[in-house]
Design a protein around this ligand. Structure first.
Ligand code: LLP
Length: 421
């Protein structure tokens, strides 16, 4: 469910016409719906109602301060994977006690920062990392609460680039080494085992592999408790898929929550979740303007002013995004088949291949749907294109929450070596 609908023949975000924002801010531009963000956060919170549960929104999906603050007001915590994300979450008002620090390669500086902030939990992924964390914690006179991210050797399905729970993936401690790692924690100063962590992938459209992984984790929790460890939390990661097409049918949060209730029943565990895409994905669109149509043999290239530097997902994962004209067309309008491409000098700079669309002309605007997660966060300045701006809509008001830098700002961090100046 989202709040992007046609009203009076124009695509709106909530009560604001996308044309109004595009006229004001220019294109390309990301537009987010606060109502959709809130709704998704509430649907998930309601699904886990009555359980001891921390919803640690995965900042990597969309870390804009305005988005984080909107979610903080809904009670969300944060799952962070870098010092920068930790700083963003804190700046948006998310208390350190609701922050978990994931990631396969944390630096000492990041560990120190997180310890000084007093975060809820470190998810560690190797005994080498454990050793470093122990040293850093001792040096600042703190004890780090840790969960070991285990690799359950379960395939999550979906695109191989975002599957993380198979043995052979770089993520997590191999299943058979998990108990030894906890034994090591018990003997190490500066670290305390409080939980077990697992995350098997992203855009998962089937509950079964998640259930399989979580059931394995519960047997591990029992074994660890028998070994004498005081395991009181499980972090079950993120990964729930969203509909990118009207025909996609991912499990609803209610079914996901019901499965987790069943799996964790009677275990006396605090459950931590790290949802990213399911909260932010359908809460954002990328608005772009058609530049012109270039007919070519067997193809019509529809060139738009957004590029793969603004939205990487199609180039990286051959991901599908629906693309809607901002000006509403009739259902019976004749369709034209387009390859919708950006201006970047790469053949992968393609948002859609052989897509049937109503006739589009230069100057028409398009909305690339479901771009709220892993959109702006993955953007770059490749081809010296200023970073794409972001706008947050709330009802009938909107605000620019990241502005487009001008050319001088874009190059402001660079300096000329003295021998060249
Ligand atoms: N927790 C951990 C440890 C993760 O690695 C991730 C995502 C999440 C939580 C959040 O997963 P979500 O609920 O959003 O599925 N750029 C890719 C997705 C990469 C996901 C990376 N990890 C894409 O655009 O599809």
């Amino acid at each position: 469910m989202h709040h992007f609908n046609y009203k009076n023949g124009r695509l709106h975000c909530e009560d604001v016409a996308l044309d109004t924002i595009a006229d004001d801010v220019g294109t390309p531009v990301y537009v987010y719906s606060a109502a959709t963000l809130r709704r998704h956060a509430r649907v998930i919170a309601d699904a886990f109602d009555g359980m001891s549960c921390l919803i640690a929104y995965s900042v990597k999906a969309n870390g804009n301060l305005g988005v984080l603050k909107t979610l903080a007001a809904e009670g969300c915590g944060a799952d962070v994977v870098s010092g920068g994300e930790l700083m963003r979450a804190r700046k948006a008002g998310i208390p350190a006690s609701k922050i978990v620090f994931s990631g396969v390669g944390k630096t000492r500086a990041e560990m120190r920062l997180a310890l000084e902030e007093g975060i809820h939990q470190f998810n560690i992924e190797s005994s080498a990392e454990l050793g470093v964390l122990s040293e850093v914690a001792k040096s600042v006179g703190k004890t780090a609460r840790v969960a070991v991210r285990v690799n359950p050797d379960v395939a999550a399905g979906g695109h191989p680039n975002i599957s993380t729970g198979k043995s052979g993936d770089k993520f997590g401690v191999p299943w058979n080494d998990a108990r030894t790692t906890y034994a090591q924690i018990a003997e190490t100063d500066g670290v305390e085992a409080v939980g077990v962590d697992v995350h098997i992938g992203s855009q998962i459209d089937d509950i079964a592999p998640m259930r399989a992984a979580f059931e394995k984790v519960m047997t591990l929790v029992k074994d660890l408790r028998n070994d004498g460890h005081d395991i009181r939390r499980v972090d079950l990661g993120g990964g729930l898929g969203i509909p990118y097409r009207s025909t996609d049918n991912p499990p609803p949060p209610s079914a996901y929550a019901q499965m987790i209730r069943e799996v964790t029943e009677g275990m006396g565990l605090e459950v931590i979740l790290e949802p990213g895409r399911v909260i932010a994905g359908n809460a954002g669109v990328l608005v772009t303007e058609a530049l012109f149509v270039k007919p070519a043999p067997q193809r019509n290239f529809l060139m738009v002013d957004a590029g793969m530097n603004d939205l990487m997902r199609p180039a990286l994962y051959q991901a599908h995004h629906d693309i809607l004209p901002v000006r509403e067309r009739g259902a019976d309008d004749e369709k034209v088949r387009y390859d919708i491409v950006g201006p970047i000098c790469e053949s992968t700079d393609k948002f859609a291949a052989e897509r049937d669309m109503p006739c589009i002309e230069g100057g028409d605007r398009l909305a690339v749907m479901s771009a709220g997660a892993y959109g702006a966060v993955l953007s770059s300045q490749y081809n010296a294109r200023p970073l794409v701006p972001e706008v947050l809509v709330d009802g009938d008001r909107y605000a620019v929450i990241r502005r487009r830098p001008d050319f001088d700002e874009m190059i402001a961090l660079e300096s000329m070596p003295d021998w060249l100046s």
